[in-house]
Ligand binder design. Structure first.
Ligand SMILES: Cc1ncc(COP(=O)(O)O)c(C=O)c1O
Length: 405
């Protein structure tokens, strides 16, 4: 593809207008929106309003006057259409890790005759780590992790919960949600989907798949800001049958009755534990509002085209692409395996192309259609070519490991 070809594709891009809704720094090509979404322009004003007016002037009155108290359910309701859920099936709370814990323990307690949580080796570490901790909280429970290709055959009569990440954080491989969910249900197990790398990136239909539980991050494709609160989905049919092991006062049926005993709220509110973090909620809501009128089919179509552009450039450079070529089997990032992926990533960042590195050897580039153009990707590929051919990545400064990669 030539630069002119890329420009022509940008000129015909139906998503073009969204780019101006983001405050992107000059001179940067941002290929890491799958890790931390950039700043939506509206978030600056929303957070300023939250701080100065709602907190500064409104003080504690804002829990009622600015409807802070309903923010978890309200924002959850706005995320729902992005994941194929009803508005009253999603709530915003805590982190993805904390929501995983709540959902895993709840699923194990739901069916006490089954003891196994089944997951994938190489799943995102927090999913496995939290599952490890969660099974220790339920007598007799255990975690079994098997390679991706063996998950279906490993689902059995002792499986209480199948815990899977829909789009793999490293390779971008995507599970067939409907198929795996049916397979788990046929064996009598529940399924918990981690949508961190899918929500806002690919079309998702939890209800159509018959999914039971799902969690996901607010700070990736939802552009909710660093450490944004996460979301949790519980299918309506299970909402009053599962209980939250983090039985905090905000999940109580009547928090302001200040009772000694715990009585869970009905619906999704029982999945709250403590007080919602309103500064983070304000940024997350602005990020989610930006997606309200986005055509996800157009997003997926453009993501495919950006992937094809990058995959062709990677092939020409002799790079080893570890992401599936079939768009139905992947999410919205492209990953290349390279023995010096870390140094390569740092050298790219020094040239204004921000991607990330995932140990031990993966260079990961997020393809986020709302603010990334074809010409951006074309330019990023030229810079990648330059860094590889000049071996600029060999500068020892690029080998120094940062705390966050
Ligand atoms: C699949 C997946 N799950 C969970 C998380 C992180 O969860 P938390 O926000 O609790 O750190 C990530 C972060 O990158 C992720 O990729």
């Amino acid at each position: 593809m030539t630069r002119d070809d890329a420009r022509a594709l940008d000129a015909a891009d139906p998503l073009r207008r969204y780019r101006d809704l983001f405050d992107l720094p000059e001179g940067v090509i941002y290929l890491d929106g799958n890790s931390l979404g950039p700043l939506p322009r509206a978030s600056t004003a929303a957070v300023a309003d939250m701080v100065a007016r709602q907190w500064g002037d409104g003080l504690i009155r804002s829990w009622n006057d600015a409807d802070w108290i309903d923010a978890p359910a309200r924002i959850g309701g706005k995320i729902a259409p992005l994941i194929g859920a009803e508005p009253d099936e999603v709530i915003v709370a805590d982190s993805t890790s904390a929501n995983l814990f709540k959902a895993i323990v709840a699923a194990l307690r739901f069916n006490p005759t089954r003891k196994t949580v089944l997951s994938e080796t190489g799943n995102f570490p927090t999913d496995l780590h939290v599952a490890e901790g969660a099974v220790e909280c339920v007598p007799g429970a255990r975690l079994a992790a098997v390679p991706r290709g063996r998950i279906e055959e490993a689902i059995g009569p002792d499986t209480a919960l199948v815990l899977l990440t829909h789009v793999h954080y490293k390779t971008a491989e995507r599970f067939d949600m409907a198929r795996l969910t049916t397979r788990a249900h046929d064996a009598g197990a529940l399924v918990l989907w981690d949508l961190s790398h899918s929500a806002g990136a690919v079309t998702i239909d939890l209800n159509h798949a018959g999914a039971d539980l799902a969690v996901g991050c607010g700070y990736k494709y939802l552009n909710g800001g660093p450490g944004a609160p996460a979301f949790l989905y519980v299918a309506k049919r299970l909402q009053d049958r599962l209980t939250n092991p983090l039985s905090g006062w905000m999940g109580h049926a009547a928090p302001f009755d200040f009772e000694d005993g715990y009585r869970p709220a009905t619906g999704m509110k029982r999945w709250l534990a403590g007080t919602p973090p309103m500064l983070g909620m304000a940024a997350l809501e602005a990020g989610v509002d930006l997606l309200a009128d986005v055509d996800m089919a157009a997003v997926e179509a453009k993501s495919r085209a950006l992937f094809d552009l990058f995959a062709a450039e990677g092939d020409a450079l002799g790079l080893d692409c570890v992401s599936p070529r079939d768009p139905a089997r992947r999410g919205s990032h492209i990953s290349f395996r390279h023995p010096h992926a870390y140094e390569l990533c740092q050298a790219l960042i020094a040239c204004g192309v921000i991607g990330d590195f995932r140990a031990p050897d993966v260079l990961r580039l997020g393809l986020t259609p709302l603010y990334l153009g074809f010409e951006d990707c074309w330019r990023a590929a030229r810079i990648l070519e330059d860094v590889l051919t000049t071996e600029a990545w060999r500068d020892p400064a690029f080998a120094e490991r940062n705390a966050v990669t």
